[in-house]
Ligand binder design. Structure first.
Ligand code: ZN
Length: 386
């Protein structure tokens, strides 16, 4: 008989859990979502594209699949229907009438897709809960918690392994979400988009961690908006806060997948969204796998036990996390085979490959950046520069 799969808390107690990566930014690059709108209607319009990305995360080592439900509200979907899909031939979109598509239908499809693919690799499914609009938040706690219940109703109906609230900018809203998520009686994780300077209302990172833990989250941390180096600074502060308060809550980190260490970004409440290159010219800033190996090691040594990525973390980045922690986990990700990423390079008889078949080579490598403005000026015809 097949063994029942282990739950989130059991897996955390045994070792480290590898999360999944980017969804909405990656789906946009692949042609299944719209920049600016950032809504997940592809769950209904192009379910095969959503399944494929989930599958790539599993092949590269993810233990968890998050439902693709970010920004899924009736209000947002209707806005997109008229702004983006008007006059688009129906056959381009699975013959779905976007004007009548509801968030409940999108969320139901998102859960079905994630559960179907999760079965292929024994992964857990996390029901993803998003922050509310400013208008909803300002209507107060009772109204907001009812809105969170609406977001969660499909998770309740179809069942998920745990709930993950993410991307909160105010700890008060995160607390309201956690209190509501706890009602379902399954493990609750919560992460905020939190720079080291604290949340949008001036609450310190240490206090945010303690308040989320006391509200009932078994796992707290940060996600998105800042690159790994900045997110790890916030994680160190979270750890400090929890230790001082005598709390044993697990730590979780899922950073942005592009470098954003520019002066000012770390303190900017919008993080990478304030970068002039976002969203159409970010490629030269992408993390290399080597950056992600270093990030995964640092996060693990800090004591973080749920390590994944947010926007910009592609499947190969998740492979880098799973490969870096292969020894701790006792296995390589399915895509790496039995040899693992470094040793497999020696399979090629070309000498330059064999020389790279070890971590030392990559650890001593200086990665190139995108082309500089000076280099561009040299290449461009003089008439374009004047
Ligand atoms: Zn993100």
């Amino acid at each position: 008989m097949e063994q029942p799969k282990k739950g989130l808390l059991e897996r955390l107690a045994e070792g480290v859990v590898v999360g999944d990566g980017s969804f909405i930014l990656t789906m946009e690059k692949r042609g299944y979502a719209t920049a600016g709108a950032w809504t997940p209607e592809a769950c209904v319009l192009h379910p095969e594209a959503v399944s494929q990305l989930h599958r790539e995360f599993i092949r590269n080592g993810s233990d968890v699949l998050q439902t693709f439900t970010f920004y899924s509200s009736d209000e947002q979907l209707q806005h997109v229907a008229s702004a983006v899909y008007d006059n688009v031939p129906a056959e381009q979109n699975n013959n779905i009438n976007m004007k009548t598509l509801t968030a409940a239908e999108v969320n139901a499809a998102a859960i079905d897709i994630a559960q179907g693919v999760a079965q292929e690799g024994g992964a857990l499914v996390a029901g993803s809960v998003s922050p509310l609009s400013e208008i909803s938040f300002h209507k107060g706690k009772e109204h907001s918690q009812n809105e969170f219940r609406k977001q969660m109703s499909m998770f309740k109906e179809k069942g998920v392994d745990f709930l993950l609230g993410e991307f909160f900018k105010k700890v008060e809203e995160a607390e309201w979400a956690i209190e509501t998520m706890v009602e379902m009686g399954i493990p609750v994780a919560c992460t905020m988009r939190l720079p080291p300077s604290g949340d949008h209302t001036g609450v310190s990172v240490q206090d945010c961690a303690v308040r989320m833990a006391k509200a009932g989250a078994s796992l707290v941390g940060v996600n998105c908006l800042y690159d790994p180096s900045i997110c790890l600074k916030s994680m160190a502060l979270m750890k400090e806060g929890l230790e001082k308060a005598g709390l044993q809550t697990y730590l979780m980190v899922q950073p942005f997948g592009y470098h954003s260490q520019d002066p000012g970004t770390e303190a900017h409440p919008m993080g990478y969204e304030a970068l002039p290159q976002f969203p159409y010219a970010m490629e030269p800033r992408a993390l290399t796998r080597i950056d992600v190996h270093r990030f995964a090691r640092e996060a693990y040594e800090l004591g973080v036990r749920y390590i994944g990525g947010c926007c910009g973390f592609e499947p190969h980045h998740i492979k880098a996390i799973a490969e870096e922690l292969a020894e701790e986990r006792g296995r390589h990700p399915p895509s790496a085979g039995a040899l693992g990423s470094w040793k497999s390079l020696a399979l090629c008889e070309v000498k330059t490959y064999a020389e790279k078949a070890n971590w030392e080579y990559w650890d001593n490598l200086t990665p190139t950046a995108g082309r500089s403005i000076e280099a561009f000026s040299d290449l461009a015809p003089a008439s374009l520069i004047d």
